[in-house]
Design a protein around this ligand. Structure first.
Ligand code: PLP
Length: 399
């Protein structure tokens, strides 16, 4: 600024010249700006036209470089054509459902999904006149039986929250496509490191990036990945709903996701070891992890994931329903804490009845295999033997 103005006016433009520097950065800068600015109408018009064709930037809710950078990573990881980054996993789920399912359509969904996913289908979609069928996805016949002429979508999680059921993605894709429906898969528990649903016939894949993708428990975001035309439609609805991610959260998740190939193999191997050890512990009534032969779909898990140490880092155990002893067990644990989240580098656990599924009725929970004694464990990057020793000593609370 050449002309001298008052310091209050000049202060507002101080540092602008930095933006004219052409720099190449080692890490993605944080574009924490609500808007990009232009000097002329023609520059504004040209930018808006470029936004429609690809990457350029106008207003924070419609487009932002941090979101774009993160969407490229998700597209790469999930083998899709395009991704859109949302304010949360629920932002991605709600925007996707509201784009693709309309009054008079029918959706078949798994009875074992994240609690608020169940809520949005039951409370919001049914209120808009969408027909819904809630089905146990552990038996493919249930899904076939639920198909109607107006079925538009089959919705499931790959590995289900919290009972660790496994959806038969290739068969579900076949059922969906033979009946003119879309298969939409929430891959949050599994991650694209273990399984890429789009490679096996799913039409869209959703991730809560708040979890393993970020991995550091310090940001919230969500994504949907799939064919360009469908992602573009979801983008427009997300923009109207105001569900795109903030630059800061996208920036944090981009930083976190860069180490996912280091974190997840260790976390998945740890989960298989911990599950095997806890299955032998006499204090534990039941252990759910796809690596266990006792898992009803262990064979399918081997087909889908390849080996026991690649079957995800989420597991659940069932403890005796004695609140005092459960409290004692939890407070004896040194290496993990009750945290109503998952997917961080440290092991955490939660009780679905008091956290993720507290809004669901007892009947709904029991139909999905959720009981008050269930503890869902998100296995971290600690040493596996340390984790096993810590859980083993804490379980003595049930002696
Ligand atoms: C499987 C699954 N999907 C979606 C969500 C929602 O994610 P967010 O909290 O980022 O909205 C969660 C949250 O725990 C989840 O477990």
């Amino acid at each position: 600024m050449e002309k001298k103005y008052s310091s209050a006016s000049e202060l507002l433009h101080c540092g602008d010249s930095v933006q004219t520097l052409k720099v190449s950065t080692e890490a993605m800068p944080l574009y924490a700006t609500t808007a990009f600015t232009w000097k002329t109408l023609s520059e504004a018009e040209a930018t808006y036209q470029r936004v429609e064709q690809g990457y350029d930037y106008t207003y924070i809710r419609t487009c932002n470089p941090n979101r774009d950078a993160l969407s490229e990573v998700l597209t790469f990881l999930e083998h899709g054509e395009k991704s859109q980054i949302f304010s949360s996993g629920m932002g991605a789920i709600s925007s996707t459902l509201l784009t693709l399912v309309h009054p008079g359509d029918h959706i078949i969904y798994s009875n074992c999904c994240y609690g608020e996913t169940l809520d949005i289908i039951r409370e919001l979609l049914t209120g808009y006149g969408v027909e819904t069928s809630c089905v146990d996805f552990n038996d493919n016949q249930n899904i076939l039986n639920a198909v109607r002429p107006n079925t538009k979508m089959i919705y499931t999680e790959t590995v289900a929250n919290p009972a660790i059921g496994l959806a038969d993605i290739p068969t579900l894709a076949k059922i969906a496509h033979e009946n003119g429906a879309l298969l939409v898969v929430d891959n949050t528990f599994t991650t694209p490191i273990a399984y890429k649903p789009l490679d096996h016939g799913a039409d869209l894949v959703i991730n809560s990036l708040t979890k393993f993708i970020n991995g550091h428990s310090d940001a919230i975001a969500g994504s949907v990945t799939g064919p360009k035309d469908m992602i573009n439609k979801i983008y427009h609805v997300g923009m109207f709903l105001g569900t795109p991610s903030t630059p800061m959260d996208s920036w944090l998740v981009l930083r976190g996701v860069k180490t996912i190939e280091l974190r997840l193999p260790k976390q998945m191997a740890n989960a298989a070891k911990l599950a095997a050890a806890l299955e032998k512990d006499p204090h534990v009534e039941k252990v759910m992890h796809p690596s266990l032969e006792s898992h009803p779909r262990h064979k399918l898990a081997l087909e889908m994931f390849g080996s026991n140490d690649r079957m995800g880092a989420m597991m659940s155990i069932v403890l005796p329903e004695d609140v005092k002893k459960m409290d004692d067990f939890m407070s004896r644990l040194h290496l993990s804490h009750y945290a109503p989240t998952l997917g961080g580098i440290r092991t955490t656990f939660q009780n679905p009845c008091t956290s993720s599924h507290r809004h669901n009725s007892d009947a709904e929970r029991r139909a999905a295999g959720i009981t008050p004694g269930m503890i869902r464990i998100s296995v971290g990057c600690e040493d596996a033997d340390d984790l096993i020793a810590d859980f083993t000593q804490a379980l003595k609370a049930f002696d």
